[in-house]
Design a binder for this molecule. Structure first.
Ligand SMILES: [Zn+2]
Ligand SMILES: [Zn+2]
Length: 167
């Protein structure tokens, strides 16, 4: 069994549109590589910092992601190699395992597609686009949609016409 405990720079940006491990960010590997009959079993955790944008207010987000990895890399010509689809298991190629794709796949699954800077992020004002988290507490606009502006004078009459159900 080989233990791998080291930090490697991320070879590329790994993640989803709004949240990712930046290229060059330190990826902490804490893995065990174990020879089994069919290949090499890699287990352990991978941790890395993430940066991105809040899906609601577009503010910056920093955090981290940890994935649990359990991945069998099959030896060439092993039964596992012969009986599984190409991309179902990894493969030992030239006595090496390529962890990058396994890590990329696991990280992408783990990251939220719509990350938020905090669970109750109020997002942006729909009228002017300022982040409501940093706006005045009573931030609002006294603007009536032009379509409603035309209707507004009619509304009191309609109400008086007996929608209220008073007899
Ligand atoms: Zn936010
Ligand atoms: Zn506003």
């Amino acid at each position: 069994m080989i233990a791998v405990a080291q930090s490697v720079p991320s070879p590329s940006r790994i993640g989803v549109d709004l949240l990712a491990i930046a290229e060059g960010a330190p990826v902490e590997l804490d893995l065990e590589l174990q020879a089994v009959s069919e290949g090499v079993l890699v287990t352990g955790t991978v941790t890395a910092p993430t940066t991105g944008e809040c899906a609601r207010c577009l503010g910056p987000i920093t955090g981290s992601v940890t994935i649990d990895l359990t991945e069998l890399f099959a030896y060439p010509e092993s039964v596992t190699e012969a009986t599984t689809e190409e991309d179902e298991v990894g493969h030992v190629i030239d006595d090496m395992v390529d962890l990058e794709q396994s890590i990329v796949d696991a990280v992408v699954l783990q990251l939220p597609l719509s990350p938020v800077c905090r669970p109750d992020c109020p997002g942006l004002c729909q009228t002017c686009g300022v982040p409501l988290a940093t706006a005045e507490p009573d931030h609002h606009h006294d603007v009536i949609d032009p379509r409603w502006a035309k209707l507004a004078p009619l509304l009191p009459d309609e109400a008086a016409d007996g929608g209220g159900g008073k007899q």
